[in-house]
Ligand binder design. Structure first.
Ligand code: MG
Length: 241
């Protein structure tokens, strides 16, 4: 009996030794060669949404007219208190890079300090907030999937300093009847630190109550929130996945 078990364990190992390593080598497809960016420039295959020169890729969500947030001389733009802005183009799953800065002069507290937000498909918010020595509910602080997932750590820089989000958004899958076939996910790096690790998206971002199914008629645009605070953004690009 013991001998039988010995064979049971060793035979597959012996068999495995005869397998050619080449059998598990995949040579196709060859990943496309791209030129990586550094901290201030996008990679060559990115769709650049804002490079500091103009807002031609964006419209004002409230008016539907050209976006009119303030473009600053340093290549950034600042929330103007007349509504959020959204891209003209729609996007599915993406890798997004965005840089943001909350006002150096600290005003307000909790959710009232440096609040803005990056919404995917106008439905799912990664919170932008001054969370440097600023207490609020954990699932509403900077880098939270708002009201859904607390960041793993608080990697916030002080107000007035530039911060980065690198976000992988895998879109949820809906059929044309509006039924959700598969939930989506977020992976987020805040200032280069992993803060959301392949987190399942429960539904749309909702302020009161629980996440909801997405209305499939909502355009799949990237949206930046006007929450009444002069938060600035720069260097926004994405890669479609
Ligand atoms: Mg917000």
């Amino acid at each position: 009996m013991k001998y039988f078990f010995f064979l049971l364990v060793t035979l597959p190992l012996l068999a495995q030794k005869k397998i050619k390593p080449e059998l598990t080598e995949l040579w196709e497809p060859v990943p496309q060669v791209i030129k990586p960016g550094n901290h201030s420039t996008p990679p060559s295959d990115a769709i650049v949404l804002f490079d500091g020169t103009d807002l031609s890729k964006w419209i004002n969500t409230s008016s539907g007219q050209a976006a009119d947030w303030v473009i600053n001389s340093d290549g950034s733009m600042t929330v103007k208190r007349d509504g959020g802005i959204e891209t003209k183009e729609e996007f599915g799953s993406v890798q997004l890079h965005i840089e943001w800065s909350t006002p150096k002069e600290i005003k307000g507290e909790g959710q009232g300090r440096g609040n803005s937000g990056v919404y995917f498909q106008k439905s799912y918010e990664i919170q932008v907030l001054d969370s440097y020595n600023n207490i609020t509910y954990s699932n509403g602080q900077a880098a939270s999937v708002y009201k859904q997932s607390i960041p793993l750590v608080n990697a916030s820089r002080p107000p007035g300093e530039w911060q980065t989000y690198d976000i992988i958004f895998n879109e949820p899958n809906y059929n044309n009847k509006g039924n959700r076939l598969k939930k989506g996910s977020f992976t987020v790096f805040h200032n280069g630190v992993l803060v959301q690790n392949n987190v399942e998206i429960q539904g749309t971002t909702v302020y009161r109550g629980l996440p909801q199914l997405r209305d499939i008629k909502t355009p799949k645009r990237l949206y930046l929130q006007d929450h009444g605070n002069p938060v600035s953004y720069r260097n926004i690009w994405l890669r479609e996945l």
